[in-house]
Design a protein. Structure first.
Lengths: 897, 235
């Protein structure tokens, strides 16, 4: 026979349907969102992984200054290193041969001239001619007539040939000697000394592009840089999310996310490189999942940068210079990251040497595993979910406690029945199972519906959020075990153990105690004394004391939600604040980084711009004490620190002129991120060399724009072994127009800083908005459940005071007001807890990342975060009041013992 | 009838400590035969409910023992006690303690579930005269009807002993007599040993065995040879 108690479950579900509806909805949304996130996340990662193979993602790429010859391509493909020694000898011989030839020619000329002159003079002497003018005239005539023939004869002479060969041999020996003398340096430079070099064979593909100006609104001004590829390329292919590849010469397909951001649609016309193109497709290139224009960009920029595809003919018709970019793919794929790094290094040796001997030049080299544009999105998607699932578990935990309290109240209410059942022979285990079944069934219902929604609606939302952030390929639904474990197994376990703990404790009492309604384990010796307030206040205080455990959960819920609200309000605030402060955060409106401090002719690069000021900079690494949760570029490991050399009396950075050796100033951001103080010692390391520098912090200068260290420029040159007077670039208040563009490596303006925050705002904005509203609903639902428990627990007392003649308003004041006071007080306290928690969480989070910006919350947001919660409560208290009104008076008279 | 089916020997129980210490049972001895209708009679505070609880295995004595069929309760751990209650006992309280969201039939099934050889639920419902109410919920029943359900829940187990703690305490005269008649029926029809705690002197006339308690000791231990049916009781 099945336990008849099981029949209570559907009846209880039906009788208290609104409570369970709220709980199930709550669970469905929570579990649905998390499941959707995981499924979306797994689908996205699966499609990215699939795309890497199907769309032939490169294993790396390099750019040459000139188009590679077929020989060079073949040579690079072998993976073999070129014979650099022979190259240098050949190069040396070229020069030496020129010199030898010139010397031999000069000597021959001299000899032939001397021979002709001697011959003429001998003839003149024979004929007795002594007049020097006449002799000279004879010589000139003879020279004119016979010089070339004589010269040719002399060249053909064995004597000359032998001498020349001897000179060549001598020159060769000298060149070889010179190359060998410098061989160690050359070998070091090209890392040629490795023993047992094993070549990595690759296949090369042309992946040429042009960086054109894009004018998407056709107003005549350039809006973005578009990197145009030919549709004929065979590597780093694109997936089309809408439309198709260009077919005609006036058609173009552009990046889907850039199109979304700028409002361009299929069918629109845009201007690229001065030519009009019709947009026929929106695509995602497998090597541009995020629109990083350069691999050193801190953030991608889907507004100001675009990638596009045109027909080969259209590609040829564009004007910007062609970037001779080649993608390579290993013939055998590396198995892991270590192999990736090792193979990349070996391939680079081949590339460097082969390019060198082919008289070409490498402009850029980037192995794929370091490529931001193809790794940033998957690595970011991977990192995304941890925080959300913790958030989910905390909420499920809260629900579990709500359940536990509800059940604990039910047990109190049903004490006599439980006592009777236990006395009749029901075991404690049977009752535990009975009371456990409701939360588990509800969780299971929530999990099943949640997962169904997760695989459909919420998965699409998650995928939409990813699409909103990254230029991802189209993706198909995949089954996610992680989703099942995290959204079903873990919530069920949480629900199981929390409820088990509470119910087992509660049912530990003897049947007799249940029969006697004697449910407290320890008896309070005396009634709690309370101040001599008015009767109503004392009554209210008693109610509060009596409901302490319920209020404890209520307080926890309120504080938890307030922390979440602080995040939801503070995150966009911080970004806006950072964006607004960006102009103040840069030292100068313009920061010009030069290619070198001297131009091609060796002259120091100067400018007439009066506000320009020289500075030096280099990047070092600051070791983080914490271990990183994530791997990959810019996501952990050491912090990149910019070290600046500042000239005396700088108008941009305020540091004292007389800093001692080894003493520096650091930026406020550096100090804040790593809790550094004046007097602390910091050790900075070179990234690729085993070299460290130790500095003492002498002071902190107000600069929030980056993790930076400042010292005197002369000292900088000394420390980093640079020449006296050397510098890296100029700070300037105005644009500098008199420096040749070729000499400028990069210009950083305030816009570059805001572009980061704009992109973040765009990517996260929608998510935060949804999150904010979800939180308000969540807050209301939580408070609803908790307030309901308090009213339910007091139903009989409420019914009794009704019988005694208390009005509904008075009862409301007795039972709702304490809850209202607690919610209000703890909303405010919760705000502070939330604010400080966010400061801490933000800092801990940023420790995992490079760079720094502090958590910021506007006063209005602070007020709103509390008001939102209270609005949620106001709604609940109206329901509570109605609930109190509905409690019948005979409730108190039922089953009285 | 089997001799010494239930044996109570020198049972002592006190509550509180120091000055507040109150001895409720002060050395109680008696035996009950199998199938006997035994009434424990006494005023409030005489220790009759405590005694019943100890016999029911939901309370423990300070000293002395209770044995059923030769098995001492003091030798049983909690699990064995639960099995003991499950296999041998049925409980009827003054308050009916029905499960509010189960109907009459289901409430009786709650008892049936516990037994290896339960009586037929429908038959018990008919015996109790509840056939017209079997799909009603407890709050749709009168007190007497609720107590019938609670008796049904206890007897459906076909228990060796039916423990009744003031089963008519909350009922009127007429309903009380109906309930007593039902208990009497169970005793004769199913052969259950009945141990009923009451302060109603009139009930002793329907019992086989009357034990009068006062101040924690047995004052009278009488066998009633002239028992009369419950329907003829007057008070």
């Amino acid at each position: 026979m099945r336990n008849p108690l099981i029949k209570r479950i559907p009846k209880e579900l039906a009788s208290d349907w609104h409570k369970y509806l709220v709980i199930i909805l709550f669970m469905v949304i929570m579990i649905g969102v998390i499941s959707g996130m995981y499924v979306g996340h797994d689908s996205m990662l699966a499609s990215v992984a699939e795309g890497r193979v199907e769309l032939k993602l490169e294993d790396g790429s390099f750019e040459l200054s000139d188009k590679a010859s077929p020989e060079l391509i073949e040579a690079i493909s072998t993976g073999e290193m070129a014979d650099v020694r022979q190259y240098f000898i050949d190069e040396g011989m070229k020069e030496a041969k020129e010199e030898v030839d010139k010397a031999a020619e000069d000597a021959l000329n001299e000899q032939v001239t001397a021979a002709i002159e001697a011959q003429v003079r001998a003839g003149c002497e024979e004929y007795g001619i002594t007049d020097e003018d006449m002799i000279q005239a004879q010589i000139d005539a003879a020279m004119e007539e016979g010089f070339e023939v004589a010269l040719e004869e002399a060249r053909e002479s064995d004597e000359y040939k032998d001498a020349l060969a001897e000179a060549y041999d001598e020159a060769y020996d000298e060149v070889v000697k010179a190359v060998d003398e410098e061989w160690d340096d050359i070998a070091e430079e090209y890392k040629l000394n490795e023993e047992g070099f094993v070549p990595v064979t690759v296949t090369l593909y042309e992946n040429f592009y042009r960086n054109e100006e894009e004018d998407y609104d056709n107003d005549g001004t350039s809006d973005a840089t578009v990197r145009v590829f030919s549709s004929a390329k065979e590597v780093d292919l694109a997936s089309f999310l809408e439309g198709e590849a260009p077919d005609a010469d006036d058609e173009i397909a552009i990046d889907r996310m850039h199109a979304d951001n700028t409002g361009v649609k299929v069918g629109d016309t845009i201007t690229v490189g001065g030519k009009e193109f019709k947009v026929v497709g929106l695509l995602s290139y497998v090597d541009y999942l995020t629109l990083h224009e350069s691999n050193t960009d801190m953030m991608f920029d889907a507004f100001g940068f675009d990638v596009a595809m045109v027909t080969p003919e259209a590609f040829d018709s564009l004007n910007a210079r062609v970037h001779y970019n080649y993608a390579f793919m290993y013939d055998v794929k590396p198995e892991d990251k270590i192999e990736q790094a090792d193979w990349s290094e070996r391939f680079m040796k081949s590339l460097v040497t082969q390019t060198l001997v082919a008289d070409n030049e490498i402009k850029d080299y980037l192995p794929e595993y370091l490529r931001q544009a193809s790794n940033f999105a998957p690595s970011d998607i991977e990192g995304d979910s941890a925080g959300t699932s913790i958030f989910c578990y905390i909420l499920i935990g809260v629900i579990a406690f709500i359940f536990a309290i509800t059940i604990s109240n039910t047990i109190d209410k049903e004490a006599s029945v439980i006592g009777t059942l236990r006395a009749s022979g029901y075991s404690r285990g049977e009752l535990v199972v009975h009371y456990m079944s409701m939360p588990l069934i509800v969780t299971l219902i929530g999990a099943v519906i949640g997962n169904i929604l997760g695989y459909t609606l919420f998965r699409n939302t998650a995928v939409f959020l990813y699409y909103n952030s990254y230029s991802l390929p189209s993706c198909e639904l995949v089954w996610s075990e992680t989703a099942l474990i995290k959204t079903t197994v873990i919530p069920l376990l949480l629900m199981f153990f929390i409820n088990l703990f509470v119910i087992v404790r509660k049912l530990r009492l003897s049947p007799l105690k249940f029969l006697r309604h004697d449910l407290t384990k320890t008896k309070r010796a005396k009634a709690r004394r309370i101040p001599a307030w008015s009767f109503m206040n004392r009554f209210r205080l008693r109610i509060m004391f009596q409901n302490m455990p319920n209020y404890a959960i209520l307080i926890f819920g309120v504080v938890f939600i307030q922390i979440m609200l602080c995040f939801a309000f503070g995150m966009p605030d911080s970004l806006t604040y950072y964006s607004k402060k960006a102009p103040e955060m840069v030292f100068a409106d313009y920061q010009y980084m030069l290619m070198g401090y001297k131009d091609e002719d060796g002259n120091i690069i100067e400018t007439a711009e009066p506000s320009a000021e020289k500075f030096s900079s280099t990047n070092l690494m600051y070791p983080k004490a914490t271990t990183s949760m994530r791997e990959g570029m810019g996501s952990g490991g050491d912090e990149s620190v910019t070290v600046y050399g500042i000239i005396d009396g700088s108008q941009y950075v305020d540091i004292p002129a007389d800093l001692e050796e080894g003493h520096v100033y650091i930026s406020t951001a550096f100090a804040a991120k790593f809790d550094l103080k004046t007097g602390d010692t910091i050790t900075l390391n070179e990234e690729y060399e085993n070299k460290s520098y130790e500095f003492t912090v002498d002071g902190i200068t107000d600069y929030d724009g980056g993790i930076a260290v400042f010292m005197d420029n002369d000292r900088f040159n000394e420390v980093f072994g640079r020449k006296s007077g050397e510098f890296s670039g100029y700070f300037s208040k105005k644009e500098i127009t008199d420096i040749d563009e070729q000499d400028i490596a990069v210009v950083i303006t305030t816009e570059d800083i805001s572009k980061v925050t704009n992109q973040l705002m765009h990517s996260m904005g929608n998510f935060i908005k949804i999150f904010k509203y979800a939180l308000i609903v969540l807050a209301a639902a939580l408070i609803y459940l908790l307030a309901k428990i308090i009213i339910e627990r007091n139903e009989r007392s409420i019914s009794m005071v009704k019988i005694l003649g208390f009005k509904n308003g008075e009862i409301g004041a007795l039972y709702i007001l304490p809850t209202a006071m607690i919610v209000t007080v703890f909303s405010v306290l919760g705000f502070f807890a939330g604010y400080f928690a966010m400061l801490w969480i933000f800092k801990a989070f940023l420790l995992q990342m490079d760079g720094y910006f502090a958590f910021h919350m506007e006063p209005l947001s602070a007020v709103l975060s509390v008001v939102y919660l209270l609005l949620g409560y106001l709604f609940v208290s109206v329901i509570d009041y109605i609930r109190i009104k509905k409690i019948p008076m005979d409730e108190a008279l039922k089953n009285v013992e | 009838m089997e001799e010494r089916f239930l044996e109570i020997s020198d049972l002592k129980k006190s509550f509180g400590s120091g000055e507040a210490r109150q001895e409720v049972l002060r050395g109680m001895d008696f035996t009950v035969k199998k199938g006997e209708f035994c009434v424990l009679l006494g005023p409030s505070g005489s220790g009759k409910s405590t005694l019943l609880n100890i016999i029911g295995g939901i309370d423990t004595p300070d000293s002395g023992y209770v044995s059923i069929n030769g098995d001492k309760l003091e030798d049983m751990d909690e699990k064995q006690l639960t099995i003991y209650r499950r296999k041998h006992l049925g409980y009827v309280f003054q308050m009916y303690n029905l499960i509010p969201n189960l109907n009459v039939k289901e409430n009786i099934e709650v008892g049936a579930y516990l037994s290896d050889s339960p009586l037929d639920v429908e038959e018990v419902i008919t015996t109790l005269g509840l056939q017209d109410h079997k799909y009603k919920y407890p709050n749709q029943l009168s007190g007497g009807q609720q107590q019938r359900v609670s008796i049904g829940r206890a007897v459906v187990k076909n228990p060796d002993i039916l423990m009744c703690d003031e089963p008519t305490g909350a009922l009127d005269y007429k309903t009380s007599k109906e309930i007593l008649a039902l208990i009497e029926d169970c005793n004769s029809k199913y052969g259950s040993t009945i141990i009923m705690v009451t302060h109603n002197e009139a009930i002793k006339y329907m019992a086989d065995h009357v034990i009068k308690l006062r101040d924690g000791v047995v004052r009278h231990n009488d066998i009633n040879d002239k028992k009369i049916p419950a329907s003829e009781l007057e008070w």
